[in-house]
Design a protein around this ligand. Structure first.
Ligand code: HEC
Length: 138
């Protein structure tokens, strides 16, 4: 009676791999290769780049993420800790590749310079307030 047991193990193994795959797909950040993650924004903090990025954001991104970038209709805020803690390189990877299965388009049609300008703009936004620690509320 070895075969049914082996088949059972194969099924367990396959479902674990499938779950791992779904989890990896669930968070775009896990798909970013190491070399991309390290990339640095050549326009970081430059006022002209931030202004250009703001215009590009209004044109391309505001309809989903809101003109204040706080997210809308289930599209995430870009002022969140998740975005604040992502590296420039990770954001650049996301803009180039999108997260198509979740409804985030690819922006590879924009010149790379414009994608960096948008990232410089995102970095200039105020961050969402962190949730107040329990017990600190009146
Ligand atoms: C058609 C709607 C749509 C447009 C337009 C759009 N996005 Fe998104 N965006 C999404 C969705 C949906 C997600 C969530 C993707 C996911 O969870 O994998 C997302 C995720 C993101 C994230 C990651 C947020 C997080 O917390 O993980 C960033 C950064 C982002 N978008 C930036 C932009 C920028 C910059 C633009 C304009 C160039 C843009 N998006 C245009 C729908 C959109």
């Amino acid at each position: 009676m070895k075969t049914p047991r082996a088949a059972g193990l194969v099924v367990v193994f396959l479902s674990i791999s499938a779950m791992a795959l779904v989890a990896a797909e669930g968070n775009w950040q896990r798909r970013v290769p190491g070399a991309d993650r390290q990339r640095v924004n050549p326009y970081a903090g430059q006022p002209e780049a931030i202004a250009a990025g703001h215009l590009l954001f209004k044109e391309n991104c505001a309809k989903c993420h809101g003109s204040d970038a706080e997210g809308r209709h289930g599209r995430p805020s870009l002022r969140s800790q998740h975005v604040t803690h992502a590296t420039d390189g990770e954001l650049a990877w996301l803009l180039r590749n999108g997260s198509l299965a979740k409804g985030m388009p690819t922006w590879s049609s924009l010149p790379e310079q414009e994608r960096w300008q948008i990232i410089a703009f995102i970095r200039s936004l105020p961050h969402d307030a962190a949730p107040a620690p329990a017990g600190s509320r009146p």
